[in-house]
Write a protein that binds this ligand. Sequence first.
Ligand SMILES: C[S@@+](CC[C@H](N)C(=O)[O-])C[C@H]1O[C@@H](n2cnc3c(N)ncnc32)[C@H](O)[C@@H]1O
Length: 236
Amino acid sequence: MLHIILLDSALELMPREISHLKQIQQHASRRGKKSSEILLDQTYHGQSMTKLAQSEHRGRPDITFLSLLTILETPLCKEGLLGVHLHLQDGQVVSVQNDVRLPRNYDRFVGLIEQLLLKKQVPPQGKPLLSITQESLQDLILRLTAGSDKAMTLLAIEGGKQTTIDDFRSLLPQDSSIPVIVGIGAFPHGTLSEEIVSLFDTHLELDREVMMAWHVCAEIIWTYSARVKAIENRYM
Ligand SMILES: C[S@@+](CC[C@H](N)C(=O)[O-])C[C@H]1O[C@@H](n2cnc3c(N)ncnc32)[C@H](O)[C@@H]1O
């Protein structure tokens, strides 16, 4: 089974340091919400964000949105061979049910994530489609790899081992019962901490230039699908 973890996802509620600023207050009131209840988004809050530490790393919910649209509802996902997890910049881990149908509209996605961060799960009652777990990133990786000595942990990262699609395919197990955990950054600029990088055994560079996170997700998901014959098996 393939598990994709979107790392350092740039999803957070408005930080207190800038929630009082005019640009933020005006945007929140246009949306009929309190400023503390809206997601930080560079598109609307770029000027105010210059006051935040590591601002270039934060405030890009669209990266997670496009990555999730790319990986959910694929044949691999429908076969139950895909696990999806979000790691947030404050260290929290979000579990995403693989039968979730995300809104196709970005504004509706933002509303969903705001609800998740405020209520800890969506929908707030009943079976959660997205929920904030009590696990750390390390706990999550340990749980996903437990009980399999063949489990693989791969990190897509610029500066990793230069890897073509063919190299990547032959690295993957053909047996879909072996867990393959892949970490992909879901932030705009900057780098992952050494602590996060060290949780993954193999570091792969998939192109000589920086790729969009959702293109990396697509390459990984379709290469893995071909390796475990996920689509062939659906025609049998
Ligand atoms: C947009 S990049 C992250 C920020 C990047 N350092 C920058 O300055 O724009 C998003 C993620 O995609 C993956 N990625 C981007 N380019 C890659 C490449 N050439 N090979 C492997 N992974 C890549 C990495 O996981 C990275 O964290």
